[in-house]
Write a protein that binds this ligand. Structure first.
Ligand SMILES: [Zn+2]
Length: 149
């Protein structure tokens, strides 16, 4: 079988080798290109220096033609969505719930996970209920079940 030699060229920004039919697509999204970096950073910025949610970036990317890399290659390359935020000099995205959780942790640093779960639930439960029992899930360690009365 004859071998087909596809010409190879180097990306002008990162130096990686690409075939001539893939170089254009790569260079349009190469993060080593300062223009691409700035474009991605602007898309990720929530306006306060924080990173937006993955699904919001996905939405922006879908509507950006072919000008932004998809979230999955970014995550694969940079380790996590927080890693993506860090790479672009942004604060990682924190959900409102995780922020609340962190607040309870910092307000009560000596709580056991069970006490913390009870504290969380007593803030979320209607005032006529109280947490009567907390137990760690046997199948999903780290998850706690709260019984309300
Ligand atoms: Zn490149």
């Amino acid at each position: 079988m004859p071998s087909i030699n596809v010409p190879v060229v180097h990306c002008r920004h990162c130096g990686q080798e690409y075939t001539t039919n893939h170089i254009g697509r790569h260079e349009a999204k190469c993060l080593h290109d300062p223009e691409v970096f700035a474009r991605v950073r602007a898309a990720l910025d929530d306006g306060t220096g924080g990173c937006i949610r993955i699904k919001d970036y996905e939405e922006i990317t879908r509507n950006a033609g072919n000008t932004l890399p998809w979230q999955q290659p970014l995550i694969s390359r940079l380790g996590s969505w927080a890693g993506v935020a860090h790479h672009f000099g942004l604060r990682p995205y924190v959900s409102a719930r995780a922020a609340e959780d962190a607040e309870i942790w910092s307000a009560h640093p000596t709580l056991t996970p069970e006490e913390r779960a009870a504290a969380l639930w007593s803030e979320l439960a209607p005032p006529t209920f109280r947490v009567s029992r907390v137990q760690e899930d046997e199948i999903y360690p780290g998850l706690f079940r709260c019984v309300l009365r």
